[in-house]
Design a binder for this molecule. Structure first.
Ligand code: ATP
Length: 245
């Protein structure tokens, strides 16, 4: 389980997160919703260690890692950043092999275990993302937007994580591709993994989410089970700043 406890983050004088607490449980699909500028990306950046915590704690399976950013991937957190951040000249295969790197203590070991361990895992991932199989030797920069998003997600999964944190993975995707991304994430949670998804597309995300938090100006203004947040009127009220649901 991933826990964020009373976290505040500032950019200079701008308070982007103010006393935010949330958690992503194993086997659950959790979403962070909110309008532009609400603080969703800042939550992901704080978890990736890209912005310092002004106050508060981050815990992974009960272990405090607030000041130990390097420990987080070792404990099983994979981040899928905004705009995917793929290596444009590298192939699909190379992304998936490099994604698996976290699981091994070094390159030499990775090479030795490549055939034995990484290949079956990549095979499993290709089962889940058939479009990547047909693009296996293609450079990432030449993939479509949707294919690139699938690759970013597949790369995160290739590290064998326990938790995946994603920042708006559906930006610019067709409704069909959006559904494809969410279906893959939901399938993955059914194997016990925890998903924490920052998303502006509330309607689509809540269709799949078990639990949601709504951020407004850096504060959690509402939270509840996905189905409850989906109820007519409640989400709109939450966006306008009501209390807990
Ligand atoms: P969007 O959906 O538009 O991406 P968001 O919910 O992800 O928005 P954040 O990007 O986390 O929001 O931004 C939260 C607040 O912090 C906003 O007011 C934004 O202007 C501010 N902010 C973000 N990054 C910086 C920065 N590098 N310097 C100054 N202010 C920033």
């Amino acid at each position: 389980m991933l826990q964020v406890e009373k976290v505040s983050v500032s950019y200079g004088s701008i308070r982007a997160l103010d006393d935010v607490s949330l958690e992503a449980r194993d086997g659950k699909f959790t979403v962070i919703l909110g309008a532009n500028g609400a603080g969703k990306t800042t939550v992901v950046k704080a978890l990736a260690g890209l912005v310092p915590l002004r106050q508060g704690l981050v815990r992974v399976d009960g272990r405090e890692v607030s000041s130990d950013v390097e420990m987080r991937p070792r404990l099983g957190i994979a981040i899928v950043p905004e705009r995917r951040q793929l290596w444009h000249d590298m192939t699909v295969e190379e992304h998936l092999v490099l994604g698996a790197y976290r699981s091994y203590s070094g390159w030499q070991k990775l090479r030795r275990t490549l055939t034995r361990e990484v290949s079956p895992r990549i095979e499993e991932i290709l089962e889940q993302f058939p479009v990547l199989r047909s693009r296996f030797s293609q450079r990432a920069g030449t993939l479509s937007g949707g294919e690139q998003q699938m690759l970013a997600l597949a790369r995160a999964m290739s590290s064998g994580p326990k938790m995946i944190v994603l920042d708006e993975p559906t930006v610019g995707l067709s409704p069909l591709m959006v559904e494809g991304v969410f279906v893959n994430l939901q399938k993955w949670t059914s194997t016990g993994g925890a998903v924490l998804l920052a998303e502006q597309n509330a309607e689509a995300a809540l269709h799949f989410a078990d639990y949601g938090y709504v951020l407004q100006q850096g504060k959690v203004v509402a939270q509840g089970e996905g189905a409850k947040l989906r109820e007519k009127g409640l989400l709109e009220a939450a966006y306008l700043g009501s209390g807990d649901l």
